[in-house]
Design a protein around this ligand. Structure first.
Ligand SMILES: [Cu+2]
Length: 174
């Protein structure tokens, strides 16, 4: 039966389109992670006072939690997750952190409740690295004379990096 043979690709295409439609509407219908401060997998150079997460959809005022833990699993947030009052779209959550967090890797677990009745969960990490070594301390005022060779060093390092990048590109093309 030739008609049945012709039907098979059509069914395949329809199935594919349905799957695409379902995944697209799912993405539209939930409050997914858009961005955060600190950023996911990012490194900050000073201890943040809070974690802010922006989602793709309006959230309910209740039922949202951001839980932040240190590398040992200890809670370092203050349990005060709330909508950001500065966001008129109600897509932003904020939680306060304990002051003066030490360098290390922190895990953020979030759970939200969007106004369409759905709930999403997610997790990301960020690193605090204040570079708290004597070498990273602010340079004394007398360091003005060092500026020229420091600039030279920076330019030299930049040139090396660019050269290395070009070489890699050339090697990849050949
Ligand atoms: Cu939804």
């Amino acid at each position: 039966m030739p008609s049945l043979l012709r039907l098979k690709p059509m069914i395949a295409v329809l199935t594919l389109l349905t799957l695409i439609f379902i995944s697209a509407s799912r993405a539209l219908a939930h409050a997914d992670y858009v961005s955060s401060e600190p950023p996911a997998n990012g490194t900050v150079t000073s201890a943040p006072e809070r974690v802010v997460i922006v989602f793709s959809q309006e959230l309910k005022p209740e039922g949202n939690t951001i839980r932040v833990t240190d590398a040992r699993g200890n809670q370092v947030d203050r349990g005060d997750t709330a909508l950001d009052r500065n966001d008129p779209n109600r897509k932003t959550l904020i939680v306060s952190l304990n002051p003066g967090l030490s360098d290390g890797v922190y895990t953020v677990n979030w759970k939200n409740a969007s106004t369409d009745g759905h709930s999403e969960t997610g997790r990301f990490r960020f690193t605090i690295n204040t570079g708290a070594t004597p070498a990273a301390a602010p340079l004394p005022a007398t360091s003005g004379e060092e500026a020229p060779w420091q600039t030279l060093l920076a330019v030299g390092a930049g040139a090396l990096l660019i050269g290395w990048g070009l070489r890699r590109r050339v090697m990849r093309q050949s």
